[in-house]
Design a protein around this ligand. Structure first.
Ligand SMILES: [Zn+2]
Ligand SMILES: [Zn+2]
Length: 382
């Protein structure tokens, strides 16, 4: 079924109003309390049922329609903390304000167009994407239980996707931030043999990292991104150092190999220098795996709304995104993220990030269409 187009100016001004509110009330990861309250209010006002919040944790889910299948759509809610025009503050420079406005927009669209889904649509407003915690939290709260499909959306920089075009999947890579501490004894600079210079230990580690190898056909990297050692006294050999490593890989398999090799390199170096090296290896941000069923539904929605020739190939990008935790933990769930071209510049996370806000209206129609197509697919209607 071809969806009716949005022509109403009241619809677009309502969406812009929602976007402006969210844009001017940014909250950082795990502190999205006002954002949660604002969204919950809209979900209530627009007739959602099963509205659930999570006590002390931000985030809210809700449903429309009834029965099977259950198709989900997720928006991330958090802003970044950064310097904007000389002041540090929360700032929506990753476009999560637009994602929330678009996902809410699908609800408003169904309501205004009197479209009743032949199944259930579950809305997931997820906190803490930027710190990689939100999707895991939603999984723990059962937010994706019973879902057949889950869609997400991210605005794309203009060099990736042009305004007026969109991609049916965003193939983010896996990423992992490992932190570590070298724990040894300080010594007088004149007696280096009585201590272990933590800077030399770290330098050896950097060299060792260069010998980590994985399949060259899968893009990957391992590098030290932080090193702190020594104080203001240049005549002390520092026994302690703190460091951080950034790992990237285009597949989860290669990420797991990199983590194992980093652990091995660290224990070899620790053994050689006879120091302790404490590593903290958190859960890594999972890479996307292309789900053909979900991506082809999204591609069909893009072609319906933007035109036959406006659908790009699935987008491969090195950035990370915690949306892919859902599919990693629930492999049976059919997931994809819409990559929306919107003339975004100078770039995601840039304090002055801006985009063509009218592209949100297109995004709303593509997402609405994908939700209905997924329900039809599960009901056996192509
Ligand atoms: Zn971001
Ligand atoms: Zn983002």
């Amino acid at each position: 079924m071809k969806l009716p187009r949005i022509h109403s100016t009241t619809f677009s001004s309502e969406i812009m109003e929602i976007f402006n509110y969210l844009h001017t009330h940014p909250e950082v990861s795990m502190e999205e309390y006002h954002t949660t309250a604002f969204i919950k209010n809209k979900l209530n006002e627009w007739g959602c049922r099963n509205i659930k919040t999570f006590g002390d944790d931000p985030g809210v889910i809700a449903e429309i329609g009834k029965g099977a299948p259950i198709v989900g759509i997720r928006a991330d809610m958090d802003a970044l903390w950064q310097e904007v025009d000389g002041t540090f503050r929360a700032n929506h420079s990753c476009g999560h304000d637009a994602h929330m406005a678009m996902v809410l927009g699908t609800l408003l669209y169904f309501k205004k167009m009197n479209i009743e889904p032949k199944g259930t649509i579950r809305y997931l407003f997820q906190p803490a994407e930027e710190i990689g915690q939100g999707a895991k939290l939603m999984l723990k709260k059962g937010a994706v239980n019973g879902l057949d499909y889950l869609f997400g959306v991210h605005v794309r920089p203009l060099e990736e996707t042009k305004n007026g075009r969109a991609a049916p999947a965003i193939l983010h890579g896996a990423s992992c931030s490992i932190t570590g501490r070298i724990i040894g004894e300080d010594a007088h600079a004149s007696r280096p043999h009585l201590g272990t210079n933590a800077i030399e230990v770290a330098a050896s580690l950097v060299n060792e990292l260069a010998h980590i190898h994985a399949d060259p056909l899968v893009p990957h990297s391992v590098k030290m991104t932080k090193l702190q050692a020594g104080g203001s006294s240049a005549n002390i050999i520092p026994g302690q150092a703190a460091f951080a490593l950034d790992l990237r890989a285009q597949t989860n398999e290669v990420m797991e190999q990199l983590i194992e090799q980093v652990k091995r390199a660290v224990s070899t170096i620790a053994e050689f220098f006879k120091v302790k090296i404490k590593l903290i290896v958190p859960d890594y941000l999972a890479a996307a795996t292309l789900n053909m069923e979900a991506a082809s539904i999204m591609a069909a929605a893009i072609r319906d709304i933007l035109g036959e020739d406006k659908c790009d190939a699935p987008l491969v990008t090195t950035g990370g995104e915690d949306f892919h935790f859902y599919a990693k933990q629930r492999p049976e769930l059919k997931t994809t993220m819409l990559g929306l071209g919107c003339g975004l510049a100078p770039g995601l996370h840039h304090p002055q990030m801006a985009f063509d806000r009218s592209a949100m209206l297109t995004g709303i129609q593509i997402l609405s269409s994908a939700l209905l197509k997924a329900i039809d697919a599960e009901n056996g209607r192509p």
